[in-house]
Design a protein around this ligand. Structure first.
Ligand SMILES: Nc1ncnc2c1ncn2[C@@H]1O[C@H](COP(=O)(O)OP(=O)(O)O)[C@@H](O)[C@H]1O
Ligand SMILES: [Mg+2]
Length: 222
């Protein structure tokens, strides 16, 4: 589903942030991406959701070499990837309902086709009573669940989450993980970057560890 071959990344004027990374994440997998702050976790995720291109090496998504695709087909590939950002990035002046259904509007789908599913999803993440609320009136946990709902509403094949539990208390973080695990059971490939040891220790998923620009696969519990 996600494959990186000998990938390096350097920002202009910077040193190499990622060096010769090889990575293979099969369809339906669940992976933690760990490592200290500044290790390059966010940078690696950006390569996967096509916000950056590598300085060297190749990125394959869903079997396609990303660099060989046209801009247009890259944009289409991008639609199969749902992203949950650390700061959630909800739009202030839009209601919960409008925020969450924005990807469907952008994709040009008619409301009559998705409205029922959207309400069902909002109930599933526990926001069924908050459809008209503005983001600033939500708790941290509710904002996080709204961000997840927005990431999954187009039923992406891959979900990328960057420190999704960074701004909420541990109990809510664990509930979020359980939501993502449910999605994973339905076949979604999931990659979660976190430096929260308590989180990944609680769940028995393989862990990719980044340090000093290099990636290692850790055995569970190590
Ligand atoms: N847009 C950028 N331009 C230049 N340097 C960057 C940029 N983004 C991140 N970096 C640098 O790359 C390194 C890795 O950052 P990042 O991927 O955010 O790590 P992490 O998510 O693990 O904390 C850091 O040294 C950071 O300062
Ligand atoms: Mg980061």
């Amino acid at each position: 589903m996600i494959r990186l071959e000998n990938v390096s990344l350097r920002y202009p004027k910077g040193k190499d942030v990622l060096r010769h990374i090889n990575l293979d994440i099969p369809q339906g997998a669940f992976r933690f991406l760990t490592g200290p702050s500044g290790a390059g976790k966010t940078s690696l995720l950006k390569l996967i959701f096509l916000a950056h291109a590598p300085t060297a090496g190749r990125v394959y998504l869903m079997g396609h070499d990303v660099s060989a695709q046209s801009r247009k087909s890259r944009a289409l590939m991008r639609r199969h990837i749902g992203v949950v950002f650390q700061d959630f990035r909800l739009i202030d002046h839009l209601s919960v309902y409008e925020n969450i259904t924005l990807p469907l509007r952008i994709a040009g789908h008619k409301q009559s086709f998705w409205h029922e599913n959207a309400v069902e999803l909002l109930n599933w993440v526990g926001l069924g009573q908050r459809l008209d609320a503005l983001p600033e009136t939500l708790s941290g946990g509710e904002q996080q669940r709204a961000a997840i709902a927005r990431a999954v509403i187009t039923r992406p094949r891959i979900i990328i989450a960057d420190e999704p539990t960074g701004n909420v208390d541990p109990e809510i973080g664990e509930r979020l993980l359980r939501l993502l695990i449910e999605l994973n059971k339905m076949g979604t490939t999931i990659v979660i970057a976190t430096h929260d040891r308590q989180l990944w220790e609680k769940f028995d998923f393989p862990r990719l560890h980044l340090d000093n620009g290099q990636l290692a696969l850790m055995r569970e519990g190590v």
